[in-house]
Design a protein around this ligand. Structure first.
Ligand code: ADP
Ligand code: MG
Length: 158
């Protein structure tokens, strides 16, 4: 399975989908990079909150719109939540020391990855969120073997 999608009728469903994705991530070793695609308000940060919840983070999840990245040192892995909406140019990521973020057995979830094109590593999974019928549609597509392994660990009919 290299694709997975689900209709999310409300915010709680987006968080629940994020928890499922977190559960699949936990079963895949090594660096995992997820690109989060979708308009402002599509639910990218909400989905990330669900992933964090799976890994035991129950505190607040700030949108890193101004800080560009929020770091979560979780018991199992480090998780980096990027929001590159306000990134001027991809090279600014180099000044932030971005290489170090992708050097370990960590998870990165990246909103607005197109802003960092050329500097960001290739994604394992591309997650796309879209507004539909008052809720959202989430779709995951694998773009590496590791991404395919992750998607294969998601339930077919949650
Ligand atoms: P983004 O990070 O893509 O800009 P957010 O995650 O901040 O979007 O979510 C924007 C709004 O969408 C929030 O108010 C959130 O509650 C709402 N939302 C998230 N998922 C859903 C859903 N499945 N149905 C309806 N509203 C949702
Ligand atoms: Mg956001």
């Amino acid at each position: 399975m290299t694709e997975w999608s689900e209709f999310l009728p409300d915010e709680a469903a987006t968080v629940a989908a994020g928890e499922l994705i977190g559960g699949a991530m936990a079963q895949v070793k090594g660096l995992i990079t997820v690109h989060l695609q979708g308009d402002l308000g599509a639910g990218k940060t909400t989905l990330t909150r669900g992933v964090l919840r799976h890994f035991g983070h129950s505190g607040a999840v700030k949108s890193p719109t101004y800080t560009l990245v929020e770091v979560y040192q979780l018991p199992e892995r480090d998780l980096y939540h990027f929001d590159l909406y306000r990134l001027g140019e991809p090279e600014e990521l180099e000044y932030m020391g971005i290489r170090d973020y992708f050097a370990t057995d960590s998870i990165s979830l990246i909103e607005w990855p197109s802003r960092g094109e050329g500097v960001l590593p290739a994604p394992d999974v591309i997650a796309t969120l879209k507004v539909q019928d008052g809720g959202r549609i989430v779709k995951l597509e694998a773009s590496s073997d590791r991404g395919a392994a992750l998607i294969a660990r998601l339930p077919e009919h949650p």
